[in-house]
Structures are given as C-alpha cells and as structure tokens.
Design a protein around this ligand. Structure first.
Ligand code: NDP
Length: 330
C-alpha cells in the first residue's frame, strides 16, 4: 500500500471563500514533476501567511498545498541529477502558489528547481534562512555589486525585526557595515543590536510622507516595507548610493519623486527571489553558509510544529513574530 503523509490543503468555494483542511495524501495525489522529495522542514514567510490566511492573492491554483520553502531528502529523481538521500532546498518557483508546496510530508517537483543543501547547513538551519533570509542575501549581493561597501557609510534596514530584516541585519553586521535598523518595535532594540545593528530608529521616522530630498543619511538600504518608507529611504540616501527593494509589508505603492535618482544618482535595485536564476541562487546559498553567523541564526529562530502553522500565519501578519519560524515536518 502506498505510504500516506499529512498535508495542508487550501481550497475555495464558488464565492471565493477560502477554507483550510488537513488531509492524508499519497504521492499519487501530488502534481507532475520528475523528483520526489521527503520534506523534513519548512518555514513561514510573509507570503505563506498571506496564502494560508487568504489575506493576499498568493494562491493561483485551487486546491493548493501552501508553503513556498522546503528542505528535505530526495526519494527519487527521474532525471538522474539527484540520488536518493541527497539533501536539497527549494525556494519559490511557484511552490505553494501554482505547484503543490511545502506543508506536506512529500513533494513532487522539478529537479531544476532544487538547490543542494550546503554541507555546513542543516535542513532546519536552511529553513530558518528560508526565502526571507535568501532574499536578504540577494539584497546584500545587489548592494555589493553596486559597490556599496562598509567604508561608503551606513546602510539602513527597514522591517528590521522581520524575517528579511533580521537576516539582513545579521549578514550586514558581520560584513562590517554600520547598520541602522528601522523598527516599529522599540522593545526589540537589544535583540537588533545583538544581531549586528549599530543604531536603531523608530519606523515612524520613515512612515510619514517626507521631502523629495532629505539629509543624506545612508549609503544604501535593504527595504522590506515599500510605500512611503521606501520613498523616504531613497530621499535620504547619499550621493551615488543604492537601495535594494524586496518587500511591501507597508504597502505596494511607491509615492516617491525622481529627485534622488536625477539629483543624487541614487539607484533602486529590484530584488525577486521567486524566479531568480540558479547561478545567483547558488551564490546566495554559498554566501549564506559563509557569511551568516550560525549562533545569530539560532537566536532569530523559533521552531514550531506542523499543527501550529495556522496560528503562526495569523501571528506573523499581526506583527507578533520576531525573526524566523522553522516547521519540523518529519
Ligand atoms: P515579516 O512579516 O517577517 O517582516 C516584515 C516586517 O516589516 C515586520 O516584522 C515589521 O518590522 C515591518 N512591518 C510590518 N508591517 C509594517 C507596516 N505597515 N509599516 C512598516 N513596517 C511594517 O515578513 P518577511 O520579512 O518575511 O517579508 C518582508 C517583505 O518582503 C514582505 O512584503 C514579503 O512579501 C517580501 N518578500 C519579498 C521577496 C521577494 O522575492 N522580493 C522574498 C521574501 C519576502 P518591524 O516591527 O521591525 O518594524
């Protein structure tokens, strides 16, 4: 008899009302793909929270197993690229959006989407990093490619206590940058300093509409918030600086002017993790293995059980989660 495994299924009715159920599935129930992976760990990202709660249009095929990140072991691979037992990671590529995702004991996916787990990272650590942390690293790489080095001046990180923000703060701090962490949670100042922040600012400083050009405060930024916050970050970026834009926790709009671009030569660097090419993914994961302090990763991580996923998604959207959540699925 085929092995059964647990899964979360999200469906919606004719009135587009979303519902969540727990199901026991077999690999016959999974979608097409050339590689079967036994999922041991996953995580809860902002996007997962939007998908599970139905608060954002993440799911584009119904029903869907949510979960955009997985770590696990290959069971079989028709392409021969992976052997049974190989440890792998998958971030994005429509997982949990258009293709059955990580909140299940097994996944059938394409070998092309998989990255080999770096030897120095465990599956739990890889999911502690997850899409949020891997995106933080993509932002850091983008800033480096724009020659934003520590000697150019401070870098600001918005949404600093969140998943992207916490990992960005830890990586930039370790690389020697003077990190200015913007947060709405002043009580987390010590936490942010322990990760690597040199200064903490209240996110209110950036969330009210400001001037097209402000005092030059930072050489670069990692922005997970968008909207007015990103407009203000750009307006206060030094001449020739750059801001990596990856998130919309504060809104999808960008009420900015062209002034920082045409008067200070500031660059806005767009970051997408979902369809990023394999070469940059592999580079990002190698850099995570070398440039993210494992003890800091442990300090931002909280492990939860499969049965806690629903509650965790609501908590994350309510701003009650600090850092990163790891789900032990095995
Ligand atoms: P989290 O929810 O963990 O963190 C978001 C943080 O933003 C919060 O912790 C909070 O930080 C801050 N924040 C929340 N709401 C607001 C608000 N209304 N105004 C200002 N700040 C706010 O999410 P993640 O870190 O996982 O993701 C952050 C963003 O990045 C999301 O929009 C997500 O969709 C996006 N993202 C994009 C990716 C890409 O490929 N481009 C990949 C991964 C994530 P604090 O309390 O410290 O102020």
């Amino acid at each position: 008899m085929a092995e059964t495994f647990k899964a979360i299924l999200i469906d919606r009715d004719e009135d587009k009302k979303q519902s969540l159920s727990h199901a026991d599935l077999t690999t016959d129930d999974l979608m097409d793909g050339d590689t079967i992976v036994r999922v041991t760990h996953s995580t809860v990202n902002y996007k997962d929270a939007l998908a599970v709660t139905g608060k954002g249009p993440v799911i584009r095929r119904w029903p869907m197993i949510p979960g955009i990140d997985l770590a696990g072991e290959v069971v079989s691979c028709d392409t021969g690229v992976f052997k049974p037992g190989d440890k792998v990671i998958l971030n994005g590529f429509g997982l949990g959006e258009t293709h059955y995702g990580a909140y299940a004991g097994m996944a059938r996916v394409k070998a092309d989407w998989l990255i080999r787990q770096p030897e120095t990272l465990s599956a739990a650590e890889a999911m502690s990093v997850g899409t949020a942390g891997y995106t933080a690293m993509l932002c850091v790489i983008a800033l480096e490619r724009h020659q934003i080095t520590p000697d150019r001046g401070p870098v600001v990180v918005t949404g600093a206590t969140g998943g992207v923000g916490s990992v960005a703060t830890a990586i930039l701090g370790k690389l020697g940058y003077h990190v200015i962490a913007s947060t709405g949670r002043s009580e987390e100042a010590d936490y942010l300093k322990s990760l690597g922040a040199s200064e903490i600012i209240d996110r209110k400083e950036l969330s009210e509409p400001g001037k097209p050009l402000g005092k030059e405060r930072w050489a670069g930024g990692v922005d997970a918030v968008g909207s007015v916050t990103l407009a203000n970050v750009l307006a206060q970026t030094k001449y020739g600086g750059a801001v990596a834009c990856c998130g919309l926790a504060g809104g999808m709009d960008l009420p900015a002017s062209v002034a920082p671009f045409i008067l200070r030569g500031v660059s806005l660097l767009g970051i997408d993790s979902v369809m990023a090419p394999k070469s940059i993914r592999e580079l990002a994961w190698q850099r995570i293995a070398s440039d993210l302090d494992r003890s800091k990763l442990a300090s931002i991580t909280h492990e939860i059980a499969f049965s806690d996923i629903e509650q965790a998604t609501s908590d994350l959207l309510a701003g009650k989660v600090r850092g990163r959540l790891v789900i032990n699925i095995a």
